[in-house]
Write a protein that binds this ligand. Structure first.
Ligand SMILES: C[S@@+](CC[C@H](N)C(=O)[O-])C[C@H]1O[C@@H](n2cnc3c(N)ncnc32)[C@H](O)[C@@H]1O
Length: 212
């Protein structure tokens, strides 16, 4: 997986000073380098743009790398809502989105995502695109909330579903997320309201279309 992704990124990724600055800011702030891969980011921009989504919900902001990629697909009239546990991460992400020209299109909800999602359901909010990339233990709950908050035809994209390839390789040392992801992938694949596929880009993405 590592070699394939290195190859994909080397052929299809162009220099991107804005995103490279985001990665620098994450390091400078002592945060973990766990943003999506360059090709995953590019795919997010393309999926938002191709689907014509205008109301995007992100779960897990970190320093705003994926946020910028999602916002790039939106156009000037779209909005991104991003859920992040840690206030200073949300502040950095907001700062980075502002530098990239999207400061007025994004809003952050700080705190445990499950609480923010419950609030969004209470407010009867609806979204047409979701990106799940936070604590893996809650992926299944996040998925269920996203289905509740989805318009018919919305896309739900989830990152890290291959757990570094360990879900598909019984001889590999499992990560702490291997079993979660195996179960999660089964749930996504068999969900009655989702039509889904898994793409082995970055750490693996499921892409699901919601039928309501
Ligand atoms: C892998 S990083 C997100 C990377 C980001 N999507 C990107 O590619 O630029 C996961 C993020 O989820 C956040 N997170 C973890 N648990 C959370 C929770 N319960 N609620 C909200 N955010 C959470 C972490 O603080 C971290 O910023």
């Amino acid at each position: 997986m590592k070699e394939i992704n290195k190859y994909i990124d080397s052929v299809f990724y162009n220099q991107d000073p804005i995103l490279e600055e985001v990665l620098r800011s994450i390091k400078e702030n002592g945060m973990r380098s766990i943003s999506v891969s360059p090709s995953t980011g590019k795919l997010l921009s393309m999926l938002v743009s191709i689907s014509g989504a205008k109301h995007v919900l992100e779960i897990g902001a970190l320093g705003g790398y994926s946020g910028i990629c999602l916002a790039r697909g939106l156009g000037r009239d779209g909005k991104l809502t991003s859920l992040e546990l840690v206030e200073r991460y949300a502040d950095l992400a907001h700062n980075n989105l502002a530098k990239a020209g999207f400061g007025d299109q994004v809003s952050y909800m700080v705190g445990p995502a499950l609480e923010s999602l419950e609030q969004l359901v209470g407010e009867e909010k609806q979204f047409d695109f979701f990106f799940i990339d936070a604590d893996k233990e809650n992926y299944e709950s996040y998925l269920n909330y996203c289905v509740k908050l989805a318009q018919n035809g919305a896309l739900i994209v989830c990152d890290n579903v291959l757990a570094r390839g360990t879900v598909a390789d019984d001889s590999a040392e499992p990560t702490k997320h291997t079993e979660f992801m195996k179960r999660f992938n089964q749930t996504v694949a068999n969900h009655p309201q989702l039509e889904s596929v898994l793409m082995p880009i970055g750490d693996g993405l499921t892409i699901s279309r919601v039928r309501k």
